[in-house]
Design a protein around this ligand. Structure first.
Ligand SMILES: CC(C)(COP(=O)(O)OP(=O)(O)OC[C@H]1O[C@@H](n2cnc3c(N)ncnc32)[C@H](O)[C@@H]1OP(=O)(O)O)[C@@H](O)C(=O)NCCC(=O)NCCS
Length: 344
């Protein structure tokens, strides 16, 4: 069987062709995480818009016209991380070990070279042994490990959440915790951009990572795309005298999967740490979700394995490690050697 690569622009793709790519992506997501609930076409469109990135996508088609693999290459649109091309490769299980992953790697190398980028960043889960084997053989090295931790909602300690929420004002006088449901209002977007910049700057990242420029406009685009497809509850810690937001904790859930609450972000500005603000906003947002969201079964959060303060709070809540997500990097030159050796 021979295969060909075609570049695709999601905006121009007929619905049935987008659905074929989505089916492949959903199969891959099941392999990574067995509880995955299939994304709908609308969700796929919304979640793949990815403001802040320039993306190029490719599908691999066999002789019969069937889509058997898909890759997404992307990079920041603001000039940050100028060396890196992020790259996701998915090959359908029944056509693996035929060189299709290598074909897409070669294609990503071509994209990187055309952009003058020297590093490929790749992603995989420890639930997919084939991915780890591929990563190793191409010479990529893990640069960041994210633990995906989960907590059954039946085991969520409501008393503890009440205590964290109630003790907040006395442990952190001069602050308040505001709750936002749904779309964030315009007046907090500058403050949210500042918090995301701090998060990007301070949270564990691959070595050499540069924080991107975060603006109210970028947050607005995010609200118009990804966040428009999910329910959101967010507790915001505000420094009362200045009115500046100094910490956030957000839970979201997909409208097509009410069983899973996803902790997107919990962070506190380093200038305001040590006052239990993190526990306060965690308590507030969890109590709000318990009160408003029916059908929840568990919550999930991804934490860098080296992020001790965040892990401490999550372990206190009862989160347990379920699987691990890896970010790996390989130089374009090293990956090219692998591809060239396969072509001979
Ligand atoms: C990782 C993945 C893209 C590889 O796709 P593929 O088409 O099977 O890759 P190739 O056929 O080009 O394999 C190249 C080499 O990788 C290694 N490799 C790939 N899968 C392997 C496995 N299951 N066990 C051992 N080695 C493996 C082998 O050395 C292979 O060469 P060989 O078959 O001649 O021995 C595919 O398994 C996949 O889509 N996994 C799920 C998605 C994912 O996690 N992607 C992240 C990848 S960065």
């Amino acid at each position: 069987m021979s295969y060909r690569i075609e570049e695709v622009a999601f905006e121009d793709l007929p619905e049935d062709e987008l659905a074929e790519i989505l089916a492949l992506v959903n199969r891959g997501s099941h392999e990574e995480s067995p509880r995955h609930v299939n994304l709908t076409l609308d969700e796929f469109r919304m979640f793949s818009t990815g403001p802040g990135f320039i993306q190029r996508r490719f599908r691999v088609v066999d002789e019969t016209g069937r889509v058997v693999a898909f890759s997404n290459t992307r990079y920041h649109d603001d000039g940050s991380d100028p060396e890196v091309l992020m790259c996701q490769i998915r090959v359908d299980a029944e056509v693996r070990r035929q060189g299709i992953g290598t074909l897409l790697l070669g294609n990503a190398i071509g994209v990187a070279r055309s952009l003058g980028r020297n590093t490929l960043q790749l992603y995989h889960y420890d639930t997919v042994p084939a991915a780890a084997a591929f990563i190793e053989v191409i010479g990529a090295k893990p640069v960041l490990q994210m633990h995906v931790n989960t907590l059954k909602l039946d085991d969520l300690d409501v008393e503890l959440m009440n205590r964290w929420a109630n003790e907040g004002p006395s442990k952190a006088p001069g602050y308040r915790a505001d709750l936002y449901e749904g779309r964030w209002p315009e007046e907090i977007l500058e403050g949210m951009a500042r918090l995301y910049f701090i998060l990007d700057r301070d949270s564990p990242q691959a070595e050499g990572h540069e924080p991107r420029e975060w603006t109210a406009d970028l947050i607005r685009q995010f609200l118009d795309t990804f966040m428009a497809g999910v329910d959101s509850l967010m507790a915001l810690a505000v420094h009362e005298e200045s009115g500046v937001p100094v910490g956030m904790s957000q839970l979201i859930r997909r409208r097509t999967d009410l069983s899973k609450w996803i902790v997107t972000t919990t962070m506190v500005d380093p200038d305001h740490r040590g006052k239990s603000l993190g526990r306060w906003i965690k308590g507030v947002v969890n109590l709000a979700a318990l009160d408003r969201w029916e059908g929840g079964v568990y919550q999930e959060t991804a934490n860098a394995q080296i992020n001790a303060p965040m892990l401490a709070i999550n372990h206190e809540m009862g989160f347990e490690h379920e699987y691990t997500f890896f970010e790996s990097e390989v130089s374009v030159d090293r990956a090219s050697e692998f591809v060239a050796a396969r072509q001979n």
